[in-house]
Design a protein. Structure first.
Lengths: 281, 281
């Protein structure tokens, strides 16, 4: 069976995943996309592994029931707590946002310290440092890693940044203060790069750069994930056959109008085809 | 059927309801209490009426299935969006936290401006001002209202205060700044009293008093609700028969250990009998 013309399924707890959606749309303009936001249960970042896994499983199965060819967990908390279990027993590929971001960090850091910021759950899971060390060990084994090994991975939880974004505090003095509060100890460690380990953070990119210094390379897991998805579809001959603009279909678990309003502001364009779904809530 | 020795059911989305639980325990030491926290779906304050009503209905029915004699919605968002519907079709009394707080505000304000702070959903519902005006109109009709009527009800949403409390930012410089950000426009209206329209806010009482001025009377809906519950049980001969210390039973929908840790810090004592329940999640 050929899946080429099936849609790509993407999900997140809230609006953050739109940063991944946007990047996928940018580099795969022909693909049909289905995006699910779990706005009735947002946020995931302060919840347990069991709960995040239950929610993520329900949504993956929902997307698969809609005939998607791959699923992208566009949520760092889901990717760090639930991805391995989600992949078990599924026949279609499931992508997370941790591996692409972590691998890019190794690529650009040249042996320097790597900083990662994320929600409490993502940081507590240590998923980024695990993948970073696995990647470096793999490169060492194949003789491709040429740098010193005494670098540090600095993982810092910034739990208030998601509420600041969701409440629309995007350029306030108070937002700068919270960012400085979290990032000042990170700056002291002189990182060579900073991984956005939460899909909400690209929305605060300018303020974060101001706090951490404009010479630090930012790694946006959304951009890296979109590239890996494109590469996978190309290599496996799964790109859409028809070269016509891809369709978009949205599902939210709460308040359709609020999503449209914030989502349109965020994407800078109209959002059509939004449906509310609460079959498993 | 006499319900005297049945427990009292209390619920909230998160830890905030413990401020109500604490006040009920203080003035009704013999009563058995069952407290449900919906930590798997917290917060409610940014969700739609339909979703908050669905969650509140599930939890009320769960508490009723445990044999409680009354239910207290110790959550301002639930009380403002769902209480009327929750009461429909139920045979046991269901209390919210809005009416007690609003009535106390009318009592102490002496015709001055009344300020109310709460989550986005509570403030958007205008539940407090509706009850305040209803109460004043009732007092006017019975000739008991002696003050001028040109006072204002100032309702101010402070959506970031719940995340600040839930993340344990209780006495930081940054918390003061956020409180000032929200309250400075309220101070300008010279209110005679300030209603805590969210069960989380008593935890920030000192910082809030610092921002709004120590001569303003604070109304804690939790304290007022506990008084009304006691009064109702006395008037209806529903107080517990036996004068022995009341038992306590907790249910959470997510992460038992996290609740125990934060809840014990909050109550200043050990919490026993915590169960995890996710039958309707």
């Amino acid at each position: 069976m050929k899946y080429n013309n099936a849609p790509i399924g993407i999900f997140d707890s809230g609006l953050g995943g739109l940063t991944v959606f946007k990047e996928v749309r940018k580099i795969l303009p022909d693909e049909d996309l289905i995006y699910y936001l779990d706005t009735a249960r947002v946020p995931y970042g302060n919840k347990s592994k069991e709960t995040v896994l239950r929610y993520s499983t329900e949504i993956s199965k929902f997307l698969i029931s809609k005939g998607v060819k791959i699923v992208v967990a566009a949520c760092n908390t889901s990717s760090s707590l639930a991805l391995d279990d989600l992949r078990k027993g599924e026949t279609i590929p499931i992508f997370g946002v941790i591996e692409p971001g972590a691998k890019k960090a190794v690529e650009v850091s040249s042996g320097g310290n790597i900083a990662v910021i994320g929600t409490s759950a993502t940081i507590k899971s240590r998923a980024y440092s695990r993948v970073i060390y696995e990647e470096i060990n793999a490169l060492k084994r194949s003789g491709e890693y040429k740098f010193k090994s005494n670098f540090k991975v600095i993982e810092k939880a910034c739990p208030l940044l998601v509420p600041f974004v969701e409440e629309g505090f995007l350029n306030e003095e108070i937002t700068k203060k919270v960012i400085n509060y979290y990032l000042n100890p990170v700056v002291d460690e002189k990182p060579s790069c900073l991984v956005f380990g939460c899909t909400h953070y690209p929305i605060l990119k300018d303020l974060i750069l101001e706090a951490i210094g404009r010479d630090i390379q930012i790694i946006d897991s959304g951009i890296e994930t979109a590239k890996i998805v494109k590469c996978f579809l190309e290599e496996n001959d799964m790109l859409k056959d028809e070269a016509k603009n891809g369709s978009e279909l949205f599902f939210v678990s709460d308040d359709l109008e609020k999503f449209k309003e914030l989502g349109e502001k965020f994407l800078g364009r109209k959002i059509e085809n939004v449906n509310i779904v609460n079959q498993f809530l």
